[in-house]
Design a protein. Sequence first.
Length: 242
Amino acid sequence: PEISGSDAANLAGARLAAAQRLLADEAPIERLQHASTVQLLTHEPEVLARQARLIEPLPRPGTVRVAVSPEPEPGLWRIDIACRDTDALLARLSDGLDELGLAVVRADVATWPDGGVIDSFVVAAAERPAAREIGAVLERRLRKPVSAGAPRDLSIRFDNGALPWHTVCVVSGADEPGTLAAIAHAFAAADVVVHSARLASDGGVIDDRFTVSDRFNRKLDERRIERVRVALATGGAGRRTR
């Protein structure tokens, strides 16, 4: 959706108010007050309220909280992961889900100014994934060094004019196992920060949209963009961040 203009502001405000009415505790209510416009526009109030409860109080560094819930479509499960931001976080979480054999169908990233993060993944699995097992694998991944990604032949385009504050990156190509992890590793190798992610797949083709910046919250320049392209094509390693 558009994230500027009066219609977007009104919708975001309405969803914020509705989500806060679903909460009883002051901490998650205050947490939602600092949610980004993108987050408010892309989630229903019930989801916003659930995420706010999960991340309060803010988890200690190196720990995660995991909640698993069924999606309306059979065989799909939503995994909400609350943690603190850290280097190459999206790559680490994607690697952990791959280790568990969970195929990511959709993903969504939301960050807060205090370093809190909610990563939501919709995965395909015959049985309900175990939140405790997911948490243990992800915490182990947070403690391990990040390895290089796998080379991928994907189309990637960047737009510095779509948003006033971040670069929009759209990745398209064949939907194969490990694709999200490969993209996340490319961002990490290029020292790029991922602020939000929306994954989509149709007919075996992905159309994934990310909002990204450099470590200083600036839009990506041509040098940084080229580093992402090279890292995605080669799986090259380098300095990594979220």
